[in-house]
Design a protein around this ligand. Structure first.
Ligand code: NAP
Length: 365
């Protein structure tokens, strides 16, 4: 096995698309074979049309690629979608129906019954929903969804607590970075020196997606976790990193030390833990009184680790804590790549390589 698996990025010019370009440029298994965006960008080179915002140089080979339209035949069986949610739905469906495995960051398909909404360490088993999807929709390919950027970090931090102690009530207030709104995003005169206590649709997304991710797979569908969730969302003048202050009620009293032990010990399955994009550990507990902080902690585990701090008793519910995750890495492109790695590791996508060659050999390329 000497070649990498070709993949295409849809919406490659935007904030999340650029993160995909950066993460895939040196990926051990995948190679970017095409970049696609709107018709306004198509036909010109990537370096001409993408306003590169990453703090590393644009990989030259990708910079020279001609941007394609999101139609027709695009190379590779795996498509990463970082499309604007207003246009993502029909484009992603067309490619999935034609045989592509689409890993999407858009909200469009997340809550559909047969679409897995994945955090590999938490609910990798929900991947099997794509079998029902292919059967009921008659598709050759499939759509797998990444959760909303705040939900990705929040649900990862809650998973070990829900498993160990059973969450009964949840109260969340977020402080979300401006990069979560894409590029150019929130106007500087609205956000500098300010906090905006509203992000359209975000509270509902966090409430329902968290319950789906922490839900149980049974008879080809996910039974959502059965606890009430109350969410407030705020946009703050931070570049990268969504923070959430969280209070949790459990089925019994839980001490902070028990909760921290559950968080520290949490690991995904051995298969997930072995994927190139999986951080070890997925959750870092920081007991310093003033952590986590976006500027200091957002890049832990290459942006894939979630940091939890200030785990302490709550006089209203049982425990309170602070959760921080990188919104475009764990909350978007990084976890999108990790989901595709899991698909490949589970042999669930025909990527055109010799099946006799083990995936772990691929990892060593
Ligand atoms: P963005 O910066 O606005 O990028 C949007 C991308 O969609 C661009 O590549 C754009 O291409 C493309 N696009 C727009 N209209 C199109 C059309 N008609 N046909 C084809 N392509 C089109 O947005 P983003 O922040 O990267 O977000 C991308 C997706 O990920 C969204 O669905 C968003 O909700 C989701 N998401 C974002 C984050 C985050 O932290 N930013 C996290 C999780 C999920 P052009 O450059 O050619 O216009």
């Amino acid at each position: 096995m000497s070649e990498k698996i070709p993949v295409t990025i849809l919406g490659a010019t935007g904030t999340v698309g650029q993160k995909f370009v950066r993460l895939l440029a040196e990926h051990p298994w995948f190679e970017v074979a095409a970049v696609a965006a709107s018709s306004a960008s198509a036909g010109r080179t990537y370096e001409e049309v993408a306003r590169w915002r990453e703090n590393v140089p644009l990989p030259p080979a990708i910079g020279r690629m001609t941007v394609r339209e999101c139609t027709g035949i695009l190379p590779g069986r795996i498509l990463f979608s970082a499309l604007d949610a207003e246009v993502a739905g029909p484009i992603e469906q067309a490619f999935a129906s034609a045989g592509a495995v689409v890993v999407t960051n858009a909200r469009t398909h997340r809550m559909e019954r047969d679409v897995p909404l994945l955090i590999p360490e938490v609910n990798g088993d929900h991947l099997t929903l794509i079998d029902c999807q292919r059967e009921t929709r008659g598709w050759k390919g499939s759509i797998l969804a990444n959760p909303n950027c705040s939900t990705a970090a929040l649900a990862l931090a809650l998973a070990p607590l829900h498993r160990a102690f059973g969450i009964e009530r949840l109260f969340v207030s977020t402080l979300q970075a401006v990069s979560g709104a894409g590029y150019p995003g929130v106007p500087s005169l609205d956000i500098l020196g300010n906090v905006i206590p509203h992000i359209g649709g975000e509270e509902e997304k966090i409430e329902r997606e968290t319950r789906k991710i922490l839900g149980t797979l049974s008879n080809g569908a996910v039974e959502p976790a059965d606890f009430p969730v109350s969410v407030h969302t705020n946009r703050v003048a931070v570049v990268d990193g969504h923070m959430a202050t969280v209070s949790v009620g459990f089925s019994r009293r839980v001490r902070p030390d028990e909760a921290m032990e559950a968080l520290r010990d949490f690991r995904g399955s051995a298969r997930v833990a072995g994927l190139p994009s999986s951080p070890t550990p997925p959750i870092e507990v920081d007991e310093r009184v003033d952590r986590p902080q976006p500027r200091l902690d957002v890049d832990r585990g290459g942006g894939m680790a979630v940091t939890v701090g200030r785990v302490r008793p709550c006089p209203v519910l049982d425990l309170r804590m602070v959760v921080l995750g990188h919104n475009t890495v764990r909350g978007a492109a990084g976890q999108g790549v990790q989901i595709a790695e899991l698909l490949v590791a589970e042999g669930r996508v025909d990527v055109g390589f010799d099946p006799e060659v083990s995936l772990w050999d691929l990892a060593a390329l």
